[in-house]
Design a binder for this molecule. Structure first.
Ligand SMILES: [Zn+2]
Length: 273
């Protein structure tokens, strides 16, 4: 990636971040920011082996999906990556589907690399990382960072252990040897335990399995059902995703003609009996 392009991506990430609610260092809730920005966000547990996320244009909407079966810190990174595609690449393609290869940076595709760079700049901007190391850590020049320090950083920036150490290396804050040592140290102490021992957010290390679908999609499905565009079966299936049943929304449904006919038949039947 050329330096001018990198700078352009940093500017776009910074401009998105300016509108976000920030805690001491990190974005508090990227999912909420995604919706506030106007994207339609879908979160659903599709299983650990399914794709991690996608972004697509649908009419005038940008729809972003993230898989909630993966651990939360990774889901947040996936979301940041999809936002990157949405901001940088939707002129070039109508959709991007992301899996382990594209999200972990093994895919050499230029646009995938760019989306990952955007995500890194959005979640862990250079100046905020520098400030964190200066204010929260013992003198980093003289003292090596420990896995516990990384756990603190994870909690502040809402990122995974891998993301944290890779970003620190890319920013030149730690050497490759330090990164490898931290990686080993992490393997000895499980990340969940590390997060607990620094009083951090251990939810980052587990999957949320959340189901979140934009409420207007529900209105859209009801509208389609009421206008005979979809059968009851599809309506029921969609409601199931929301953990709702037809009874829960009965007052919003129009009784269809065929059901009326049935009722009429019953009535007529009743009269002729
Ligand atoms: Zn991608």
């Amino acid at each position: 990636m050329q330096n001018t392009r990198k700078k352009d991506i940093r500017i776009k990430a910074a401009s998105f971040r300016e509108n976000c609610r920030i805690g001491r260092y990190g974005i508090i809730d990227l999912f909420r920011e995604c919706e506030r920005w106007g994207y339609k966000l879908l979160r659903y547990p599709l299983g650990e082996n399914a794709d991690l996320g996608f972004v697509m244009r649908r009419d005038s909407d940008i729809v972003i999906y993230t898989n909630t079966s993966i651990r939360l810190s990774r889901e947040i990174f996936t979301l940041a990556h999809e936002i990157g595609h949405a901001i940088l690449h939707m002129e070039s393609a109508a959709s991007f589907v992301d899996n382990d290869n594209t999200i972990s940076g093994r895919d050499v595709d230029e646009m995938e690399q760019e989306a990952n760079y955007f995500a890194a700049c959005l979640l862990m901007p250079d100046d905020e990382v520098t400030k964190f190391l200066d204010l929260e850590m013992e003198d980093v020049e003289d003292n090596d960072l420990s896995a516990l320090d990384i756990a603190k950083l994870m909690s502040e920036f809402n990122v995974s252990f891998d993301m944290a150490i890779n970003r620190l290396e890319n920013l030149g804050k730690i050497s490759t040897e330090q990164r490898l040592r931290l990686d080993n140290e992490r393997n000895e102490m499980r990340v969940g335990n590390l997060l607990r021992s620094v009083g951090g957010n251990y939810h980052l290390n587990v999957s949320s399995n959340i189901v979140q679908i934009p409420s207007e999609y529900m209105q859209y499905v009801i509208f389609n059902y009421n206008n005979n565009a979809i059968p009851m079966e599809t309506l029921e299936k969609t409601l199931h995703y929301y953990h709702l049943s037809v009874d829960d929304i009965k007052d919003k449904l129009v009784v269809h003609a065929e059901e009326n006919e049935d009722e009429l038949a019953d009535l007529i039947g009743g009269l002729t009996d």
